[in-house]
Design a protein around this ligand. Structure first.
Ligand code: NAP
Length: 489
């Protein structure tokens, strides 16, 4: 493709999505892009999440870019450090730092219908003009801090899993962990052996399936590096296995859920011998309704003498610890908040002002929706990565992201080659697409319990109701007639 300096492109965010999009632009011969990253380093989730035990619970051969496969993963489920190193390597390989502005937070984006351009304003008041924007700002980014009375009174150390303070040494301390989600199941078994006392505050038990994590021996890594066919086959097999198991996790079927329950109960029984404890750790909601957790050692941690599962509701936090409703004060030197992320308008983290001066937050006031999770009517040339209804409960989110990158890339090529001013998805196509998504939700398991998957009104704007492969087939190809194409007059 001929280089077009008059077609500047902005990529917001230097996480997996932004890095992947940048590589695909380069591969398409498009170099007129700048990556804006608010932090001082690339990596997104994998830069921010480095609490003890942090790892991906999706196999690394699948949880990596398909066009940048890594034969050297040290284990089946890489740690956050290893994933971050992988991303750093990819950024170096593609020399992306030359096109990146770190410590540059975009605080406003405004579309101009006359010029077909977005004006991005940074936190320092600088402006940047972009003819197209790829927004890879991430879905699970900003920590959700619980609203527990007395939080500020606590005199010990308090930290969120997504903002781990490595200066705090937990060795020999009394530690409280609030929350029992995907982050907690990793941090609890990692710190249990070093702390004096660990109290885990569980509001809702989770279904936990075995991880069967393992190191990859050197010889295997050499084979994967030497014979790319094996590397691709490994990814292919792991991806299709996750798809094949998907229905157990996402369909609202008692029979399919039963398989998940069977596996989880086996996992619970092999790790926890005490029947009373097992009872407390057994969920009463349908398998898959909340994110299924994957761990070989979380449940077993509760068998340790210094680990205490607290199921009484929290009343408040006091100077010396956490008080539960039964009146007990659980004295603690440190509190770890494993309480998840703010979701809702995650893809609209700053004012994004489209046609007619309307903000994306306003367009999403009744829930975030987008066409294929990528484009929103009234916000032309703005391409969202990991957008509404593109999260999976059963496989790698990157499979979805790559389809979104492909869609955005085709749109950008069209804008450039046909010298279009902008393309704006038709509102009716967006509405039809989302009506279809919501219609399918009734066959999915997620409506049956409270989780971060759901908005306050109970609607699901987070997950894709189906197989990843199906989403990929739908989303990866641009259908131009779904868009209003506006030329320069
Ligand atoms: P989460 O799944 O939202 O879990 C938050 C936990 O905190 C829940 O157990 C919740 O209880 C509890 N909680 C929240 N507020 C509370 C309060 N006021 N009092 C007591 N308990 C409270 O958060 P997360 O574990 O950080 O995971 C979020 C998502 O990040 C995951 O679902 C996953 O998509 C992603 N993640 C992925 C990986 C990976 O390996 N790929 C690892 C970590 C996270 P309730 O259940 O009762 O609400």
């Amino acid at each position: 493709m001929q280089e077009r300096a008059d077609f500047p492109i902005a990529i917001i965010g230097a996480g997996f999505a932004g890095i992947g999009a940048a590589i695909q632009l380069i591969k398409a011969g498009i170099h007129s892009f700048t990556i804006f990253e608010r932090a001082d380093e690339i990596g997104g989730t994998w830069r921010d999440n480095n609490y003890p035990g942090c790892a991906c619970d999706v196999q690394s051969h699948v949880y990596s870019l398909s066009f940048e496969q890594n034969p050297n993963w040290s284990r089946r489920y890489a740690t956050s450090w290893e994933i971050q190193e992988y991303l750093l390597g990819v950024v170096d390989k593609w020399k992306l730092r030359e096109r990146m502005r770190l410590n540059t937070e975009i605080v406003e984006a405004r579309f101009d219908e006359e010029t077909g351009a977005w004006t991005l304003t940074t936190g320092d008041g600088e402006t940047f003009t972009a003819r197209a924007v790829i927004a890879g700002v991430g879905g699970l980014v900003d920590p959700a801090y619980p609203d527990i009375p007395g939080m500020n009174d606590f005199e010990g150390e308090m930290m969120h899993t997504a903002r781990w303070n490595h200066d705090v040494d937990l060795t020999g301390k009394r530690v409280a962990v609030i929350g029992t989600g995907a982050s907690a199941v990793q941090v609890v078994p990692s710190i249990a052996p070093i702390v004096a006392m660990l109290s885990v505050f569980q509001r809702t038990p989770a279904w936990v399936v075995p991880k069967f994590d393992a190191f990859y021996p050197k010889w295997l890594r050499r084979v994967l590096a030497g014979v790319p066919f094996f590397l691709h086959t490994s990814r292919f097999v792991k991806y299709w296995m996750s798809e094949a198991l998907g229905p157990i996790v996402f369909f609202n079927s008692k029979v399919l859920s039963g398989i998940g329950v069977f596996i989880s109960m086996w996992n619970l029984r092999r790790q926890v011998k005490d029947p009373e404890l097992r009872k407390k750790l057994t969920p009463d909601f349908q398998f898959g309704c909340k994110r299924v957790l994957v761990s070989d050692d979380y449940l077993a941690a509760f068998e340790l003498d210094n680990v205490n599962l607290v199921t009484d509701a929290i009343e408040g936090i006091e100077t010396r610890g956490v008080r539960t409703k039964d009146g007990t004060l659980h004295e603690s030197d440190a509190i770890v908040l494993a309480t998840g992320y703010k979701l809702g308008l995650a893809n609209s983290p700053f004012p994004i002002i489209g046609r007619d001066g309307r903000t994306l937050a306003d367009a999403w006031s009744h829930g975030a929706t987008a066409y294929m999770g990528i484009t929103v009517a009234g916000f032309p040339n703005w391409f969202i990565m990991m957008g509404p209804n593109t999260g999976p409960g059963h496989t790698s989110v990157l499979v979805y992201t790559e389809a979104q990158i492909s869609h955005a890339l085709q749109a950008i090529k069209k804008l450039m080659t046909e010298n279009l001013k902008y393309m704006d998805v038709h509102q009716n196509r967006q509405d039809e697409y989302n009506a279809g998504i919501q219609k399918r939700m009734k066959y999915m398991v997620w409506g049956g319990c409270d989780s971060w998957y759901l908005d306050q009104d109970g609607s699901n704007h987070s997950l894709y109701p189906g197989f990843a492969a199906e989403f990929v087939v739908r989303a990866r190809t641009l259908h131009a007639d779904d868009y209003e194409l506006v030329s320069f007059s």
